[in-house]
Design a protein around this ligand. Structure first.
Ligand code: SAM
Length: 279
C-alpha cells in the first residue's frame, strides 16, 4: 500500500465474483473510500468484510468533496475511488478528481476490472480492433440525432450506454440516422438474465419493441458503409496534391499519409519518386 495515492478501483457490474483479489485487498488497506453512493457501496464492502471510512463522491458534490479528498491525499493518506458499478470515470464520477490529482503530481493508480462497454464489445462479434465508446447519447431526440449523425463515418464499432426506458427511441433513431447496420443490445451483463439481441437495426428495434426491456443495456453498432469505403490509393492522392503546386514534398507526404492511411515515410518516399519521374 502506497501512501498519498488515489486508487481508481473497478467493482462488479452485476456479479459479485467480478472483482479482483487486488481490488479487495486495496479496499481493505486504504485510509478512505470515496464512493458514488455510500449506501450502495456499503453492501459490496460488507460482502467482502471491508470496514473503512467512507465518503460520498458523486456528480453534484464533486467540487466540495473533490477538494476534501485531495486534502486527504496531500496529507499522505491513501484513497480508493469506487462507483456504483464498473470502472469509475467511465460514464461515472471521477474524471475531475483524477485530473486535479494528476495536475498536482499525486500518484493515481488504476485497479482494472469490470466495465460494461468492454464486456459487451468483447462478446458482441463486432470488430474490436477499432471502436468508439461514446457514453450516453443525449436524451432529447433532436440532439440525439445530431449526435448519431456525427458518428456516421467513424471507422470502428460504436459502443453506447443507454437507459432502458429510452432504448426503443434510441434504436429508432439509430436505424433512421445510421441506416440498416448490424446492431446488438447487450442486456444485464453478468446477471441472471444476461442477453445479447442481434440483428439489423430494424430487426433489433422490432425485437425490443415486442416487450418491456428491463435492466441495464449497452448498444453496439457495426461500422457503416461510409467508414468502410476504400481509401484513395496513395499514388492518386500524391498526384492530386502535387498538381496544386503550392505544397512542399514534406507537407504533401504528411497529408497523403492521413488520407490514404500509409506511413509518412512511405508517402514521402513515393512522393519523391513521383517528383523525380516527373522532372
Ligand atoms: N462505470 C460503468 C462501467 O464501467 O461500465 C458504467 C456506469 S453508467 C452510469 C451505467 C450504464 O452502464 C448503464 O446505463 C448501462 O448502459 C451500462 N451498464 C452497466 N452495467 C451493465 C450491465 N450489467 N449490463 C449492461 N449494461 C450495463
Amino acid at each position: 500500500m502506497t501512501a498519498a495515492t488515489l486508487y481508481i478501483i473497478a467493482t462488479p457490474i452485476g456479479n459479485l465474483e467480478d472483482i479482483t483479489y487486488r481490488a479487495v485487498r486495496i479496499l481493505g488497506e486504504v485510509d478512505l473510500i470515496a464512493a458514488e453512493d455510500t449506501r450502495h457501496s456499503l453492501k459490496l464492502l460488507n460482502h467482502f468484510g471491508i470496514s473503512k471510512p467512507l465518503t460520498s463522491y458523486f456528480d453534484h458534490n464533486q467540487q466540495i468533496k473533490g477538494e476534501r479528498i485531495l486534502n486527504a491525499l496531500r496529507q499522505g493518506k491513501s484513497v480508493a475511488l469506487i462507483s456504483d458499478a464498473g470502472t469509475p470515470c467511465i460514464s461515472d464520477p471521477g474524471y475531475q478528481l483524477v485530473r486535479d490529482a494528476v495536475a498536482e503530481g499525486i500518484s493515481v493508480v488504476p485497479v482494472p476490472g469490470a466495465c460494461a462497454a468492454v464486456a459487451a464489445l468483447s462478446a458482441s462479434g463486432l470488430p474490436t480492433d477499432n471502436f468508439t465508446f461514446a457514453g450516453f447519447p443525449p436524451s432529447r431526440q433532436g440532439k440525439r440525432r445530431t449526435f448519431l449523425s456525427g458518428m456516421n463515418s467513424l471507422p470502428g464499432t460504436l459502443v453506447l450506454y443507454e437507459a432502458p426506458h429510452r432504448l426503443l427511441e434510441t434504436l429508432n433513431d439509430i436505424r433512421e440516422v445510421l441506416g440498416e447496420r448490424q446492431v446488438i443490445v447487450a442486456r444485464e451483463l453478468s446477471k441472471m438474465f444476461e442477453e445479447f439481441i442481434h440483428g439489423s437495426a430494424s430487426e433489433v428495434f422490432s425485437k425490443v419493441s415486442q416487450g418491456v426491456v428491463r435492466g441495464e443495456v449497452v448498444i453496439l453498432i457495426a461500422p457503416g458503409e461510409a467508414a468502410q469505403q476504400e481509401s484513395e490509393p496513395l499514388e492518386k492522392v500524391l498526384q492530386r496534391l502535387m498538381t496544386s503546386g503550392t505544397l512542399s514534398i514534406k507537407d504533401i507526404a504528411k497529408q497523403a499519409s492521413v488520407i490514404s492511411g500509409v506511413s509518412r515515410s512511405e508517402a514521402y518516399a513515393e512522393a519523391l519518386k513521383l517528383k523525380t519521374d516527373a522532372d
